[in-house]
Design a protein around this ligand. Sequence first.
Ligand SMILES: [Fe+2]
Ligand SMILES: [Fe+2]
Length: 166
Amino acid sequence: MKPPLLRADAPSYPSLFGRYTAVFADHDALHKVLQQLREMSRIGASGKEFPPELRPDVLLFHFEEVLTEHFAREESVQYFGTLEAASPALAQTIAQLRADHEALLHATSRLIALSKDEARFYGLSAATLGLLEWLERHEREENRLMTDFLSGRPPEDDDLDSGESF
Ligand SMILES: [Fe+2]
Ligand SMILES: [Fe+2]
């Protein structure tokens, strides 16, 4: 993939890039919990016993915490707020990303509610994997947001997916 062309008039946004660095650093914690959720889903599908740290009730609750923190950092004035103000062409993409955050958290809390009943532990794998795929699509869109901003290119009007099928 070709690197984005920097806008000749691109101003410097220290707080934007500081926040972007923090958002990017979140991805380590996010990556770890996503791996654990995949493992949890494998165990759920196999019918084996869950180790304590991979119990759906424990892990989904932790996932919700990580997601909530990550989304709040993204939605801050320094990050989404700065991008919206600097580039109105990105506002529609950002509105969709914000709506995704709300919907992803809503889907996560539905799974948490189901996981409170141990009898349902083994029925959560497919829904969990669906949620992870949706989150991955969301993250890809978000990565493109920064690339579009830096290049000054209008956002592509394509596959922003609200994940409504979940
Ligand atoms: Fe996001
Ligand atoms: Fe993100």
